[in-house]
Design a protein around this ligand. Structure first.
Ligand code: PGA
Length: 251
């Protein structure tokens, strides 16, 4: 059985004071004690050190929201994978639709980021998902397959075993309209099949495939009950400590 992963994606939210309020209020002891559920928080870069120190040996993992595709050197404003590694960061979101849309990140660059993360023993959470027009035109399977193929198919079986996929339909992100459990299950099973066809069933059966897009404590139980949904990448609803804990409990 796959362990569920519930990941908070804070995006560009929270001042230091608000971060400290969350750390104070979030019942990490309860969250980390729920069996078969791993909890991950991905804050903005500036708080990574703070959170990774705070949660050291407390059963909550800390992840980054982005990484540079460069190794090191004169790249003003960038954060390298080896820097993340030196803070004991174990996960990094890549390919989020907001990075694709606002920062022009394409599959080729994302494949380079994935390589550098894996080289530094950081698990990429690779996001994929279609636009609403693509779903209306019946192209959603093709779009997701292409995103996976372009960014992941060059990996070796042992590399892809250290990767998490997040299916995040773009139309569901921050809109309050989540995919139905049927829609999520259908796409997650399809993604697992893609991995199965290229890397074999041992790898596909172990791979965690998260759902993201307007996930909250009212819909998470049904979504996480789907056989191929292994947890969630939660944006807005992860900002409130009580709500995030409630989502974790439904897993
Ligand atoms: P949302 O965001 O939960 O606010 O829809 C999810 C995400 O973008 O990862």
């Amino acid at each position: 059985m796959r362990q569920k992963l519930i990941a908070a994606n804070w995006k560009m939210n929270k001042t230091l004071e608000e971060v400290n309020d969350f750390l104070h209020n979030f019942n990490y002891a309860e969250a980390s004690n729920i069996s078969d559920v791993k909890v991950l928080i991905c804050p903005p870069h500036v708080y990574l050190f703070h959170l990774s120190e705070f949660y050291r040996d407390k059963g909550i993992a800390v992840g980054a929201q982005n990484v540079s595709a460069y190794i090191s050197g004169a790249y003003t404003g960038e954060i390298s994978a080896s820097m993340l590694k030196s803070l004991s960061i174990k996960f990094c979101i890549t390919g989020h639709s907001e990075r694709r849309k606002y920062f022009g990140e394409e599959d080729k660059l994302l494949s380079e980021k994935i390589n550098i993360l894996l080289y530094n023993d950081i698990i990429p959470i690779y996001c994929c998902g279609e636009l609403i027009e693509e779903r209306k035109q019946g192209k959603h399977f093709e779009v997701v397959k292409t995103q996976i193929k372009n960014a992941l198919f060059h990996l070796t079986p042992s590399q892809i075993s250290n990767l998490v996929i997040a299916y995040e339909p773009v139309w569901a992100i921050g809109t309050g309209v989540n995919a139905t459990p049927e829609e999520a299950q259908e796409m997650h099973a399809y993604i697992r099949k893609i991995i199965d066809n290229s890397f074999g069933s041992e790898i596909s059966q172990k791979m965690l495939i998260l759902y993201g897009g307007s996930c909250n404590s009212s819909n998470s139980k049904e979504l996480f009950s789907c056989p191929d949904v292994d947890g969630g990448l939660v944006g807005g609803a992860s900002l409130q400590s009580d709500e995030f804990l409630n989502i974790i409990k439904t897993a």
